[in-house]
Design a protein around this ligand. Structure first.
Ligand SMILES: C[S@@+](CC[C@H](N)C(=O)[O-])C[C@H]1O[C@@H](n2cnc3c(N)ncnc32)[C@H](O)[C@@H]1O
Length: 311
């Protein structure tokens, strides 16, 4: 049977007698099919089994249409490919963040897009009852091993596997820019109890030191992504409270190489470009007057937090 005939037959079966019930069933099936299509595109790209041109053709789109549609999502889901580097090289968060990211009265906290647990550990150590939601299995496995007292769940910001009004606070560290925000805002509002808070957090490298600026220049040569670290949130959230903390992350030359290797745009580079960038970072670490010969390096960061309350 021709694939279009098959599609029409399946659609007619699913829609059944039509009406709102039929519409709901059709929408559910379309969403599941779209999800499967995205998984397939991801598999084909990760294994480098098909070009964007070929994927576009298979989907009845241009190459540009296919990349526009899926490349952002692929990058958002690429961290698991460098989970070990992520866990070793990425900074945690300063203790002073807790007071502003999570209100004093909160008990049940959701760490959304929790990665390998850089913030989750801090929340658990503060005595909070923490659920960590993370879509990538590789990241989740490391998170569960590193922070065994957190309840680790598979899920995403667009489909949070928690009941309505079940947490007092949601924190999103270094991940908000990867979400489909139009879907994430109502989903986060759904799981928050009345008056609950949402905190969006980013670690930004402070490039005041010449060596940190030189490292940034190397990294920026292949990164064009601009992240808004002071976002404005729509209703039902209220006015933002903002905080900035300057601090230093103690690391090593190997930690800095892993920090670079775990950036999504570095994971996405062709292998030769990735190897060249990491070799250039290694060269900088060995030769820059501010870095050469140092076994321990204090990496300066600014942590930015925007907190909003459910109206
Ligand atoms: C840069 S990492 C941040 C991890 C951790 N929160 C931290 O502070 O280190 C971004 C994380 O968001 C996850 N992620 C990507 N898209 C997501 C989505 N739609 N919903 C939830 N998490 C997502 C990625 O798998 C990744 O672990």
């Amino acid at each position: 049977m021709d694939v279009n005939d098959l599609g029409r037959r399946v659609a007619a079966d699913v829609a059944g007698g039509g009406g709102l019930d039929g519409l709901q069933r059709l929408s559910g099936v379309i969403e599941a099919l779209e999800e499967r299509r995205t998984d397939l595109v991801e598999e084909l790209r990760r294994g480098r089994e098909a070009t964007w041109e070929e994927i576009g053709r298979a989907c009845g789109m241009t190459r540009q249409g296919a990349t526009r549609r899926w490349s952002g999502r692929l990058r958002a889901r690429s961290f698991g490919l460098a989970a070990a580097s992520y866990q070793h090289g990425r900074p945690g968060y300063p203790q002073a963040l807790l007071g502003s990211a999570v209100p004093r009265e909160a008990r049940r906290v959701l760490d959304l897009g929790a990665g390998t647990g850089q913030l989750t550990g801090l929340l658990v150590d503060a005595g909070l009852d923490v659920v960590a939601v993370e879509p990538d299995q590789g990241m989740r496995d490391r998170l569960a091993a590193a922070v065994p007292r957190a309840a680790v769940r598979a899920g995403s910001a667009e489909h949070i596997p928690l009941p309505d009004a079940s947490v007092d606070a949601v924190v999103v560290a270094q991940a908000w820019h990867w979400f489909d925000q139009a879907a994430a805002v109502p989903e986060i509002a759904r799981v928050l109890a009345p008056g609950g808070t949402l905190a969006l957090v980013w670690n930004v490298r402070d490039e005041t030191e010449p060596w940190a600026a030189a490292l940034g220049a190397l990294m920026h040569r292949c990164d064009r992504q601009q992240i808004d670290t002071a976002p404005v949130l729509p209703a039902p959230f209220g006015a933002p409270e903002r905080l900035e903390i300057r601090w230093e992350h103690p690391t090593t030359p190997a930690g800095i190489i892993d920090m670079v290797a775990s950036r999504s745009y570095v994971i996405a580079l062709p292998e030769t470009d990735r190897a060249r960038l990491l070799a250039d970072v290694e060269h900088l670490l060995a030769t820059h007057p501010g870095l050469a010969g140092r076994e321990e390096i204090a990496m300066p960061y600014l942590t930015r937090c925007t907190r909003v309350r459910l109206g």
